[in-house]
Design a protein around this ligand. Sequence first.
Ligand code: ATP
Ligand code: MG
Length: 201
Amino acid sequence: MLTEEIKQQRHQARQQRLKAQVDAAVARASIEKGLLLVITGNGKGKSTAGFGTVARAVGHGLTAAVVQFIKGSWECGERNLLQQHGVEFSVMATGFTWDTQDKAADIAAAELVWQDAERFLADDSLDLVLLDELTYMLSYHYLPLERIEQALLNRPAKQHVVITGRACHRRLLELADTVSEIAAVKHAFDNGVKAQRGLDW
Ligand code: ATP
Ligand code: MG
């Protein structure tokens, strides 16, 4: 049997090797640029992660703006909080819903809110732009891919962008620097639990 001392020495050696690897990787990562992040997948946590990033940025004194691409609950905890900290919101308040009935009205609403997105993506005083649920505008063919692509590619070099939503278009995944896919391992809704204020919106 290994003595405690030998175990401890081995553990220390392993940790030292790990630290050397991490330090080397950190030293290699020297590029600074505006990043495009995509948070997609069927699990809960995409918008939460997007808003978490906005809160993180604002906490450092950076500037941020948010575009919400679907008509959600009237209330949104993050909006209530972040607007008080100077974060401008543009919300697709009319039109698109999950049970969409009127495609022309949806497209008009998408177009209107996208104009704000374009304004934010051209504004070099903004450090971060969150495009919450943007992916659906492409899957429903409400906005042309080329326009979104151009606005993302032409944005200020240091501006970060976070895109959330399920089934993200392949082209946006290609353009992104970081892509996370959240898996739905389990969700309370499947057991009849309704959406909870402060947790789900
Ligand atoms: P959140 O806003 O909580 O981070 P999300 O952005 O990942 O969630 P959306 O697809 O935008 O997920 O859906 C928003 C709402 O649907 C939230 O109330 C969320 O709790 C709920 N939801 C998310 N994923 C699931 C799921 N797999 N099954 C059922 N409900 C879900
Ligand atoms: Mg969401």
